[in-house]
Design a protein around this ligand. Sequence first.
Ligand code: F6R
Length: 252
Amino acid sequence: MRVLVTPDYRTLSRQAAEIIADAVRFEPRLTLGLPTGSTPLGMYEELVRKHSDENLDFSRVKTFNLDEYIGLAPGHPSSYHTYMHLHFFDHVRIPIKHIHIPDGAPGIDTDRESIRYEQAIQQAGGIDLLVVGIGSNGHIAFNEPGSSFASRTRIVDLARETRANAGRYFASEDEVPRRAITVGIGTILESRRILLLASGSGKSGAVARALQGPVSEDMPASALRGHFDVTAILDEAATPLPPIAGVIGRAW
Ligand code: F6R
């Protein structure tokens, strides 16, 4: 794993966007795996800026989001559909048929949707570059501690800590859905390249365990150490002390 330590969130966001932009310029038909949450907000902002100022072209890119809440209609203000359109898709020229987000709408057949989504990723030829955040409990996408490293797209129960952290995006914590649909750790590990982003002191404990602790299903992000092409971009606050062995660079 390559570890890049940046001084602050802004630099982290720029570095992540630059890696994505380079990949899209090199392969305009790239398939991206995309996260939501607070961490990638600056990255999306920077990608939108690159689209308008540098003609970064997303028109042939395909995207697969990593997860969605179960029980929220796509138009719900706290759905990941809404997040992605608000922060990224509505600001770049990308055909709607290239955008894939798991469907968690009320009443859908969740098992069928899980299979459909996993197959859609395979049919697209897999994910070329997948971006993930990390939960303070070490989850990646919504693969909570205990998830199998071989897991596939499926319905999961959200951990209490995950629901508590998500409470800020809902009227109250009680309104945070209890279940989600998420790509699996096995799905993530099949991506050709992975970019892990972590910002803020609230993540340093999880980053330390993921990068330096035992590789274990108790710490889902530790699975990334079994992948041959992972770049972790951390800001100073998220970087554990003592420094991580294998840091390849500091981007200032
Ligand atoms: C979101 C996702 C989650 C988040 C993680 C960190 O699509 O898959 O795993 O990446 O919970 O969230 P933030 O960035 O809000 O700290």
